[in-house]
Design a protein around this ligand. Sequence first.
Ligand SMILES: [Zn+2]
Ligand SMILES: [Zn+2]
Ligand SMILES: [Zn+2]
Length: 488
Amino acid sequence: MESVVIFDSPGKGRGLKAAKEFWAGDVIFSEASIAAVVFDSLAERICHSCFRRQEKLQRCAQCKFAHYCDRTCQRAAWPEHKVECGAIKAYGKVPNENIRLVARVLWRLDKEGSMVSDMQLTTLDELEDHINDMQEHDLKELKVDVHNFLDYWPRTSKQHLIDDISHIFGVINCNGFSVSDQKGLQAVGVGLFPNLCLVNHDCWPNCTVILNHGNQSAVSTVFHSQQRIELRSLGKIAEGEELTVSYVDYLNLSEERRRLLKTQYYFDCTCEHCKNKTHDDVKMGGKEVDGVKPSDEQVKEATDYCFQMMDKMDKARLNGDYHEVSKICRDCIEKTEPILADTHIYLLRMWSTMSEVKAYLQNFEEAAEYARKMVDGYMKLYHPNNPALGMAAMRAGVTHWQAGLIEIGHGMICKAYAILMVTHGPTHPITKDLEAMRVQTEMELRMFKENEYVYYSMREAALKNKPMTMLHEPRSVEEGIKNLFHRK
Ligand SMILES: [Zn+2]
Ligand SMILES: [Zn+2]
Ligand SMILES: [Zn+2]
């Protein structure tokens, strides 16, 4: 590994720094997982080999637990699944995802040694498990998992000390990486990537990490289903600079980010943005109209109201009652939009949910309006190459296209494409989708400028074919992928 060096980062423990200069979009390193598993809740809907969501999956005839797209996926997964398959059969039930992941990690290490590739910078023994920092409740859970693990672990496999098993559970607890589906839209599993564990956090990071499922058409090669992450540079990084990623969403206030980082990752963030509370004022600010700002009381009242409504909205959303969600959002937006800044994070949540739900209910014009407000707000808060900004611009672009607002739609899709070329890279499936959309909207825009009538009739036909839909059900999909590491 020539691109990075391990060093002692002041106040942070071990970290990685750049061994040479990098530019926006450079892949600093890419790494395959030691092991990865599908979430318990999605075990029958996601392929256990390639992590694709499929309508029809074939079940492993032996354990009746593992599911695959087809024979190719099953064959590719067999070396990893073989021992697991026997263990599940003998155990008589399926252990939870944490236990399955720890078992897979240990089987792999028992077979290949503590370094499974030349690129690996650290052994798992050297990684922090933070067991001593855990809250009593988490500690109890860990003990139950270890206990069940011992029942599940076959006698014929190599036996390990309880402390060593607990260590792996601890490592996974703070460093289990959320594995998304091939489009990066939904978290579907959890995996362990040791080099990534060495990259420290900064709320305003210089890198991002993205999962790329690689070449899934490759038949019967080890690359078929390999989960790989890429550490990608968000801008210019000088030689010797520490490499950082963000473990939490920047849209949270600094205090909330610090709380999340402390409870989930056991450290106090001392980054510049936390120290200076950067953007906190505008994230909770009032709307200035002609130089006049609402009073602090008015802003507080509107903020509190939004907060209450968000709770109601989330409940309705979980119940799949999207008309109710839309009603709650509309009332709340009407009341608070005149008072709150266009960067107020609660208002942004309202706009985001509203656009998603409206698009799902096929009311594209309204969806587009809210999506535009959301992206405008995000652009004032996020780093210009933040992946969440890119995804939001993509969603807004599609919605505008669906609403027939081709000029803004094309602009947004170009913007999203520029960001995703940096954060996801040209080979990622979602970037390829965006490229196709960019080409199509460009052609439509040209047509629109030449002859509006022809454009509208062609668009009707295109809408019927639905080549660009992103109409998944709006059930807090984004929240699932904004956290870098997996949280229960
Ligand atoms: Zn598959
Ligand atoms: Zn099986
Ligand atoms: Zn911070």
